[in-house]
Structures are given as structure tokens and as C-alpha cells.
Design a binder for this molecule. Structure first.
Ligand code: ZN
Length: 266
């Protein structure tokens, strides 16, 4: 199934328009169901002093304007945490009569927005590292890519894939690439998951080596990692199979009445 959070986050990455009623669905980190809306009067934005100082430049143009904003978002469920947002502002030219409009580009959400809907039986450390990627996703996508890569390292640890190899009586560090290949060899039932993890590793490597990783690149890696977790840790398909077998065994009778009613032959 497609990761709907990633779809929402891709829209947020385009920037939030000046009119909050046009903001995309922002998933609630607490219930992971509803969308967040702006707390009335909580949005504050101002132009940077250095932006105003640039007006005197002879080549100044309105799209040089920039600044900062902060606001509070809330879920319609009162038991969900409110979310604080900090970010940058820029301006864009609206095609209709509106002229220049402010664009809000979030840098931090606190608490962080969800990336994965269900972690199944995924180990706690893998989950923590994926959530840690969301914390820095907007401000430092390269760092977020690295955190996803470290989630794959934790996944290898969980499956007992050694960190060190031996050759000529000497031990050496195994690269993550080699560990994933070893995982594929010893657990061929997860071969598809291993191939996906290699892609997450490459994105993480690119982030470490100074390549310009964008939010959209990280979200690609999140989608791939989400599918990997689905292959390895999702137990819902087995639960559904067990439920179906149980209903067939009871021939459709409610479980509470099963012992008291005569059984139809077919
Ligand atoms: Zn909520």
C-alpha cells in the first residue's frame, strides 16, 4: 500500500501558501489519522532585517524578500499534542490578481511529523532512528538520509548480521553494503527487502559525501524503507489468514455462540 504520509509530506515540501485554508493535509503525529489545522492567531511572520536592507540595491526585485515564521497546529482530537512549527518565508508571484504572496517553508515540526503508519514488530531502535530522521528532514535532508541509513544498520544488527568479517586470521569492518549482501544470502526469504535496503544505503552514502540531498530524495528512501519493514515485520497478513481460518472452522457462526449451536453440515 502507498505511504500516504509521504504523499502529504511531498506537498508540504513545496511550501505552504499564504492562505492557511489552502494548506495541504498535515498528518497529526499523535493519532496519525487526522490532519492538523492552524491555531487561530498563532501564525507570526516577519521580514528579515537583512531583506529590508536590500531594498536600496539597484537591482532589487520583490522576489528577493525573505523572512521567518512560527505557528501552532492542532488536531481536532483534544487528546492529541499540539505541534509547533518554525520556518522560512519567501514570496512568489500569484498568476491571478493577488500579486506577490508569502510562501511558508517549514524547517522544524515539534513533535516531528510521522513517516511510517505502522511499524509492525519492527525493533525499537530501527523505529527510533526512522523517527529521528523526521526531526531533521526539513532543515537538514542529508542528515535525515544518514539516519535512515543507520536504521538499516540497526536492522542488520537485529538479524544478527555481524559488523566485522575475518580474512587471513585478521578481522575487519564490514561495510553496510556487504552486511546487506550477507543478509540476503543467509535469509533468502527476504531477498526483495535486501535489494530495497541497498537503495536506502546509497541515499545515506550520498548524504554523507556532501551530495545535495533534497527532501524529496529522503522521502523516496522513506517509502522504500517502509516497504522493507512491510516485507520483514508486518504480521497483519498472517493475522488475517488466521482469522479467516478460524471463521471457516466455525462455519461462520459467531465465536460466542459456537459451543451452543448445532453445526450446519456445509
Ligand atoms: Zn490527532
Amino acid at each position: 500500500m502507498a505511504n500516504l504520509f509521504v504523499r502529504d509530506l511531498r506537498e508540504i515540501a513545496q511550501g505552504l501558501p499564504e492562505n492557511p485554508s489552502e494548506w495541504p493535509h498535515i498528518p497529526c503525529p499523535t493519532c496519525k489519522r487526522a490532519g492538523l489545522t492552524l491555531v487561530p492567531d498563532s501564525l507570526v511572520h516577519e521580514e528579515a532585517a537583512t531583506s529590508e536592507a536590500a531594498y536600496s540595491h539597484q537591482e532589487w526585485y520583490p522576489d528577493w524578500i525573505y523572512g521567518g515564521f512560527h505557528c501552532i497546529l492542532q488536531c481536532h482530537k483534544k487528546t492529541c499534542d499540539r505541534v509547533r512549527v518554525v520556518g522560512r518565508t519567501s514570496v512568489y508571484l500569484e498568476r491571478n490578481e493577488e500579486g506577490y504572496q508569502t510562501l511558508f517553508s517549514p524547517l522544524f515540526f515539534m513533535p516531528e511529523l510521522p513517516l511510517v503508519e505502522s511499524f509492525g514488530d519492527c525493533p525499537r531502535l530501527v523505529r527510533q532512528r526512522i523517527e529521528a530522521a523526521s526531526t531533521v528532514l526539513w532543515a537538514d535532508p542529508s542528515s535525515a538520509a544518514n539516519r535512515l541509513r543507520s536504521a538499516v544498520e540497526a536492522l542488520m544488527d537485529h538479524h544478527g548480521i555481524p559488523r566485522r568479517g575475518f580474512s587471513n586470521a585478521k578481522s575487519y569492518d564490514l561495510s553496510l553494503h556487504r552486511r546487506i549482501e550477507r543478509f540476503k544470502t543467509v535469509k533468502p526469504e527476504y531477498a526483495q527487502a535486501a535489494d530495497l535496503m541497498l537503495a536506502v544505503k546509497w541515499t545515506g552514502n550520498a548524504g554523507s559525501h556532501g551530495s545535495a540531498i533534497r527532501v524529496s530524495d529522503v522521502l523516496d528512501a522513506v517509502e522504500i524503507l517502509d516497504r522493507t519493514l512491510h516485507y520483514i515485520y508486518d504480521t497483519s497478513a498472517e493475522e488475517i489468514r488466521r482469522k479467516a481460518a478460524d471463521i471457516i472452522a466455525r462455519k461462520g457462526m459467531p465465536a460466542s455462540q459456537f459451543t451452543n449451536l448445532p453445526m450446519p453440515p456445509f
